[in-house]
Design a binder for this molecule. Structure first.
Ligand code: ZN
Length: 425
């Protein structure tokens, strides 16, 4: 008979919270969908205790073991406030040069996203500015944006490449993102999106461009990016070309993502789910019947990452029918899609509100979509996304007493304190 391990004293305790949104209590072998998206556990009058960079205990105040609070423990009173897991921002284009404020004006005067792209603007104008920018300029921009994300409570963030579109610049963008990850606390997850659109040198030859990426660039990206992503859309890459490229990436050991059904229903989501994609992103033109097919093809593990600020910013009426996706059994996550063209916003809380207003999500579902399901969309569900002992101590203190106020105060940032890996930021 072994003695029970002696519990270690807490290093940080957040106590007396009006509500603790644990995101725990549902299935652990797949992302949340259907009724599970709204039936996770909320603790009234609760606490969260950390030991080092891990969560040690979560529960109602009457269960708090005061003997584990020592003079060395940092204790925060969260009376009248909500505690929840750090936000997981699962789809951003973090690293780019310049901005596209000029095109905002053109859009307001009626030009469409695809018109601007066809005229050499859009993604390609950012590519010119990004290629011309130095490593240090790109790094300074990325750190500035990460600072903004952290203020909104983002503790994990996915960063895509995709504004280089040649081997050298795409690799530089990955190196910038890695350096940015080392210089601050928000944890980064790296995705290679060299297949954003064909590079300008490959205009009209998308398949040749993908062959170049698969042959010369993907081998160099191994170890620098976990995920490979592609923009499957008119003006970018076809479903067939995307399938071949993603298969090659998967054979090299990458996990898969896709930008699909953003502007047309081409079938890219279904194709990617059949290949075992971790997430299918955008989905504004995915139908409820299509969502059921994606759920079946992905065996309930492929997450639909919805980006409600993009149609808002592009002045489009069509939003992904998230409510029907959830009812069809497709797990849903939410993200900003932060990028210089179609969403220059880091406000994931605004995305939560717009998802409620325009996609039919309930507040509880939307909160699951920016925490646990977003962790699934990055294959990080074992370590982040919920408040459970053993997970990384990424915790937000929100200056509202009830979760229902989070999407209600439209555009506000409810974050009072951010804890990343057990450290108060
Ligand atoms: Zn995107």
């Amino acid at each position: 008979m072994f003695p029970r391990p002696v519990p270690q004293p807490y290093t940080l305790v957040l106590r007396n919270a009006a509500q603790v949104l644990t995101l725990a209590g549902g299935p652990t072998d797949r992302p949340l969908t259907g009724p599970d998206m709204a039936s996770w556990r909320i603790i009234e009058q609760g606490y969260v205790a950390c030991h080092g960079d891990r969560l040690a205990a979560v529960g109602p105040m009457h269960e708090l073991d005061e003997s584990l609070i020592t003079p060395e423990t940092t204790v925060l009173d969260a009376s009248g406030q909500v505690l929840m897991p750090g936000l997981v921002e699962c789809h951003t284009h973090l690293v780019f040069g310049g901005n596209r404020a000029d095109e905002f004006q053109r859009k307001l005067q009626g030009e469409s996203y695809l018109d601007i792209l066809a005229s050499g603007g859009g993604i390609l104008s950012t590519v010119r500015k990004t290629r011309a920018a130095s490593f240090d300029e790109l790094l300074a921009n990325a750190l500035h944006h990460l600072d903004g994300f952290r203020r909104y409570g983002v503790t994990t963030l996915e960063a895509k490449t995709g504004y280089g579109l040649d081997a050298d610049t795409e690799l530089r963008l990955l190196q910038v993102a890695h350096e940015a990850g080392r210089r601050q606390l928000t944890q980064l997850v790296h995705t290679f999106l060299g297949a954003h659109v064909p590079g300008p040198e490959y205009k009209g030859r998308p398949a040749d461009y993908l062959d170049l990426l698969a042959r010369e660039v993907l081998p160099a990206v191994q170890g620098l990016a976990e995920f490979v992503d592609i923009f499957c859309e008119e003006g970018a890459f076809s479903v067939d070309d995307s399938r071949r490229y993603l298969q090659q990436a998967r054979d090299m050991g990458f996990q898969l993502k896709i930008h699909a059904e953003q502007l047309h229903d081409l079938g890219g989501c279904h194709m990617a789910a059949e290949l075992g994609a971790t997430s299918v992103d955008h989905c504004d033109y995915l139908t409820p019947a299509g969502a059921a097919q994606v759920a079946a093809a992905g065996q309930g593990r492929t997450v639909a990452v919805l980006l409600p600020l993009v149609p808002l910013y592009l002045r489009q009426e069509k939003y992904a029918p998230g409510r029907q996706f959830i009812d069809a059994g497709l797990p849903v996550a939410l993200s900003t899609d932060f990028n210089p063209g179609s969403c220059p916003s880091k406000n994931l809380w605004l995305a939560v509100s717009v998802a409620c207003l325009k996609m039919g999500l309930t507040p509880l579902e939307a909160l699951a979509a920016v925490t646990l399901n977003a962790a699934w969309a990055l294959n990080r569900q074992q370590t982040i996304g919920s408040l459970e002992p053993g997970k990384r101590a990424d915790v937000l203190v929100l200056s509202v007493p009830d979760y229902r106020e989070i999407p209600y105060w439209l555009g506000e940032n409810p974050v009072a304190q951010v804890v990343i890996g057990g450290q108060l930021v």
